[in-house]
Design a protein around this ligand. Structure first.
Ligand code: MN
Length: 130
């Protein structure tokens, strides 16, 4: 295959504008992007695709991203997939809360589309070296 494929990212996000933006940005950088609008769909997409990294929105209406992260990390076959929290919350303690929930890192909203690919690559590399 000559096609550039840096890996498959699952983006869990309830906001369609964000989903479209990130799909476009990461697609242009050579990633495949699978998305999910809620926790149930996220699990379905994990079951049906080989996911290399999860970008996890924290503020979602049904199950929040912290809870979903803990759930995914508790499923053995998914527990090694890096999860990067995407949060608009800038309150002190949010970073700790993300890590406590099992996230491997976090990025802040609004997402900086110029550095997103680099930020994601760091976590991909870390997981493939593990
Ligand atoms: Mn949201």
């Amino acid at each position: 295959m000559t096609e550039l494929n840096k890996g498959t990212v699952l983006y869990v996000e309830d906001n369609s504008d964000n989903r479209n933006l990130i799909r476009r940005v990461l697609g242009a950088e050579g990633y495949s992007v699978v998305d999910a609008i809620n926790a149930g769909q996220a699990i379905e997409k994990l079951e049906g695709n080989k996911i290399d990294l999860i970008l996890m929105d924290i503020n979602m209406p049904d199950m929040d991203g912290y809870t979903l992260t803990t759930k995914i990390k508790g499923i053995q076959k998914f527990s090694n997939i890096p999860i990067v929290a995407v949060t608009a919350n800038v309150m002190r303690g949010d970073r700790e809360k993300s890590l406590e929930a099992g996230c491997d890192g976090y990025i802040q909203k609004p997402i900086d589309i110029d550095t997103l690919s680099q930020q994601i690559e760091r976590f991909m590399t870390r997981s493939s070296n593990a």
